[in-house]
Design a protein around this ligand. Sequence first.
Ligand SMILES: Nc1ncnc2c1ncn2[C@@H]1O[C@H](COP(=O)(O)OP(=O)(O)OP(=O)(O)O)[C@@H](O)[C@H]1O
Ligand SMILES: [Mg+2]
Length: 630
Amino acid sequence: MTRSAHSANPHMAAPLDGRQKPARGSWSTILSLLPYLWPKHEFWLRLRLVLASICMVVAKIATVFVPILLYHAIDHLSAKDAIITVPAGLIVGYAAVRIASTGFAELRDAIFAAVQMRASRVVARQTFEHLHNLSMRFHLDRQTGGLSNIILRGTLGIQNVLRLATFNIIPTIIELLLTAGALWHFFDVWYALITFAAVTFYIGFTFTFTSWRGKFRRIMNETDNEAQTKAIDSLINFETVKYFGNEEHESRRFDESLARYEKASVKSQVSLNALNIGQAVIISSALGVMMMMAANGVAHHGMTVGKFVLVNTYLMQLYVPLNFLGFVYLQVNQGLIDMEQMFSLLRVNQEIKDKPGAKVVAPQGPPAQIVFEDVHFAYNPDRQILKGISFSVEPGKKVALVGPTGSGKSTTSRLLFRFYDVTQGSVKIDGIDVRDVTQHSLRAAIGVVPQDTVLFNDSIFYNIAYGRPGATVAEIEQAARLAQIHDFIVSLPQGYKTKVGERGLKLSGGEKQRVAIARTILKNPRILILDEATSALDTATEQDIGAALRSVADHRTTLVIAHRLSTVTDADEILVLRDGEIVERGGHAALLAMDGVYAAMWAAQVELEAAADVAGVEPARLESVPEAAD
Ligand SMILES: Nc1ncnc2c1ncn2[C@@H]1O[C@H](COP(=O)(O)OP(=O)(O)OP(=O)(O)O)[C@@H](O)[C@H]1O
Ligand SMILES: [Mg+2]
């Protein structure tokens, strides 16, 4: 399962769309399940597997005895010269083996259920954990609806494969062998050979035909995924859909996937019917031939009626699991495809990995030092975003990053957080490269108020408490007070229990931002990154929070990203970033004196603010200003 792909684009190595054949053979997928069937350190689960196997064998032996008892009973009744007595013992025995046949099969499934469910739970959990370990890049490329669908179907697939492969295919083979043996014993080798040949042909036909129609199933999967993804994406973007009145467009996109699903489903159904007909023809023909032989035996070779019935009962009995085998093969095949998709997710290379023996950054402690050394970075090789950035933030100091939109400010903060690795140069915390420490400890030491806050669809309390699970109510309220949002929250009818809606959309932009600030204050990290943390607030609130943030930032190393320059005038150093390069740096006063890019941005903002003061409105955010600064 750890096979790694070394393609140019490692995170794309796994085929996730259903049209492709599974990357590995079915056998290796089945083999990869074995450790889950025989779990380490789980004595009881192992015992269950053993008991279930015993039940399976007992059930099949009982099944083979059913026709034998019936045959003896019939012969007993039709014996010419004997006194006709009711063969009560045989009939009771017949009923008993029938009960044993069904009962042990049910017992087998009952005992096995725990093993099967545990295996699918373990794999689902592993996949989920793995998804959280994959890089930002992977998650931006994938669509969540499709991913969760793959896990859902993969888990079901595991359950089906385990149940059916282990306890239907194997028992059917046992039954076939026992039946052929019995036929050989009671008749001659030809009966056994015909049965064997018919069943082999039947199985061959079923498997070939089923593999052929597998492609319909794969298309169904793929289009189902597609429809789900589109539906979820469209519903999440409900607001945007309304803004542009594009309901019609969304329905059409959704319906396109549904239409392809519909077409594939019909083909799948029709081919299933054809399969069933073919199967019936094969088995019934064999049955016909053998009954002819038996009838001939009764007529000319003194064979008893009981034996004639015996042939029929054996074949009819074998037909039941065989008929099921087609369905089983389908389910197993499908299950393998679904599982393979899930396993291929597990094999997606982790782009950002902890080195073996990676160091740990202390989450608490004295302020840290941040150093960027000649950092180059590109999201995609064909477009360089950062072109050699060097700066340092000394312990407890505050550095501001300003500059036009798209210049790479948020990217810089993502590199510090190690969402991505630099392509050249290094990012160091306290002199240690961030690639040499564990991601978990690195991220525990850094608090980020991101540019776009999204919240969990839960209460305000939950969202703030998320900053430090286990924080007390008093601590949470204190953090909310510092972020200037406590009073607002208690003024709500449901207070801290108010639900924030999907992605936090029931709160205003400024409220959301303050919740995000509160949860970062609660986290109490050594390093603070504020990416446009107060951009959605009015000037008065911004000033209040600014004071709070300053007191929070006081004894921490802080990196502030801001468009509104007035919020960063107190920074120890201001870096002006343009097109991925630092074009100016220094304190506010020094930069103004330089009369360059920064001074121009400042002048434009002062002008805007003055105009806003006159008009009595809030100054606009200044993303559009950079052109003026050029
Ligand atoms: N995941 C990504 N994949 C590819 N390109 C990206 C990705 N994220 C950002 N970019 C590009 O990188 C550039 C820098 O983005 P970044 O978010 O760092 O800008 P920014 O300086 O924070 O801008 P803003 O002031 O608008 O927030 C942008 O041109 C953007 O299109
Ligand atoms: Mg940004």
